[in-house]
Design a protein around this ligand. Sequence first.
Ligand code: FAD
Length: 519
Amino acid sequence: MIKALQLRINLHQERQPDGLLKKAAHDLNVKTSEITGIKILRKSIDARKRNIIFNYKVEVFINEPMPETSDYHFDYKDVSNAKPVHIIGFGPAGMYAALRCIELGFKPIVLERGKNVQDRRRDLKAINQDHFVNEDSNYCFGEGGAGTYSDGKLYTRSLKRGDVRRIFENLVYHGATDQILVDAHPHIGTNKLPKVVQNIRENIIKFGGEVHFESRVSDFTIKNNKIVAIQLLDGKELDVEKVILATGHSARDIFYLLNDKEIKLEAKSFAMGVRVEHPQDIIDGIQYHCKGEPRDELLPAASYSLVEQVNHRGVYSFCMCPGGFIVPAATANGEVVVNGMSPSKRNNKFANSGIVTEINADKDLYKYEHFGPLKALEYQKDLERLAFTAGGRRQSAPAQRLTDFVEGKLSSSLNETSYQPGLKSAPLHSLLPKIIGGSLRKGFKAFGQKMKGYYTEEANIIGVESRTSSPVNIPRNESLEHPEITNLFPCGEGGGYAGGIISAAMDGERCAEAATANF
Ligand code: FAD
C-alpha cells in the first residue's frame, strides 16, 4: 500500500534520524516496522513562527518495496552523422538546446566565445585580483554561461511544472544532488555547478555533438532572409542551416551586429539597482527569531524575498544569495557590474541580494530615444560606466552604508564585504538616476518595517546591479523563428525569453524542438 501525505515535524523531530518515520507511522496509525520506505516529494521550512516547522510531502510505502523511479528517461542517440544545428552560446539555454537536439536525433554544433570551466577560473581570478576583464571569459561568458559561477538557485516562476521537473531530473542525471528534486527552494552552489556543466559537455561530445570554445561569432551572411554562413572572430566561416542564438543578456556585440544589419529588435523593460550586503547573522536573527545567537545547525542560511510599491514603481529583492559572495560580473573593461553567488553549503558570513526597480523602456528612457531598440542597453551601459568611475576606475565598486544611502550622506567608512575587488565609498544616493536612487531609498525604509533589523548601518549597498535581464528583445514568431530571418531561433535570456537558469534551459529545449521540426 502507498499513502500520500503531508507531514509537519519540529526541529527536535527533524534532529532524530527516525523522526520522519515515527511521525509517518503515528499519522497513519501503523507500526514503524510496517513502513518499507518513505519517498520525499517536497521539503520546505516554515520559519514564520518561533516554533520552526519542517513540511514534508511524502509517499509512504507500507509492506511493499519502494521502487527507484524517475519520471523522465533521457534517450540520447549517436548523432555523429546527423543533420547539424548550430547553437551560438553555451549557457543553460545553449546546453539544453544541444542536449535536446541529440535526443531528437540532430547533431548540435556549439560555438562558445568563452573557455571551458577550468580555464575560465583563471580569468575570474584576474578580474578579482588584477581588475582585468577578459571580454570573452568572465562571470557571464564561458562554458555554462552566466549560470556556472552563479548561485545555482533553481527557482522559476514558470507554471509548466512538468518541464521544470524534466530539467531538474536532467541536472541530477548530469551529477547534481537529487536534493534539488525535493527542496522547495532548490540550489546547487557555485562549487558544484562546474562539474555538472562539464558532464553535460562531455555527454554532448560522447553522443556525437561538437562544442567549440574560444569561438566568438562575429558576423552572419544572410541571403534570401536566411543565415547561410556564420563568421568567427578568428576568421573561420561555417555554412549553416539552422541557428539557435543563445548568447545571453550581456552579448552586446550581438545586439549591435543584429541592429547594424537592420534585423528587427525591440527595447525591453528591465530592472536595475544595487546589491545590499548584510552579515548573515542579522538575516538569520530576523528570519529564525534567534537574534544574537547562531542559527540552529539544521537550518540553512536564512533568505528573504521583499517587494514594495514606491510611487507606482516596484522595488524588490532579486537573486538573494544567503551565505554568499558579491562578484564582479562586468563583461568589458571600463564598467562595473555586481551580482551574487553562493557555495552549496551557503556558509559564507554574508547575505547579499539585488535590490532593483523596474525601468520602463516606453516611459523612462526618453533621453535615449535616439538609440531606438538599443535605448535600454545604452542606459544600462551608461550606469555601469558611472559605477566604474565612482568605484575608482577599476573593478572596485562604489558603495555606501545602507543607512547613509537612505539619509543621503557619504559614508566615512564602510562595512566589511565579500566583494573581492574591494569597495570605494561613493555618494550613490546622488549618483544614481532619481528613478532608481529615489525608489530604492524609499523601498529600503519600507523593507526595514517589514523585517525589523534589516535597515541597519551594518549593511552596505554596492553598485550597480544592472544585468537582471535582457535590455533587448529579439522577436520571434509562433515557430520561434525571427520574423525576418527564417532559420534564426532567438533563445534564452538574451532574446528576452528567460530570466534564470531553469527558464533558459527550458527555452533551449523548446528552441531545439522548433529548429528540428520539419528539418
Ligand atoms: P547565458 O548564460 O548568458 O549564456 C550565453 C552564452 O553565450 C555565454 O556563455 C557567452 O559566452 C556566449 N556568447 C555570447 N556572445 C557570443 C558570441 N558572439 N559567440 C559565441 N558565444 C557567445 N540564475 C538563476 O536562475 N539562479 C541563480 O542563482 C543565478 N545566479 C546568478 C549569478 C551570477 C553571478 C550571474 C552572472 C547570473 C546568475 N543567474 C542566476 C542568471 C543566470 O545565470 C542566467 O539567467 C542564465 O545563465 C541565462 O542563460 P542563457 O543560456 O540564456 O545565457
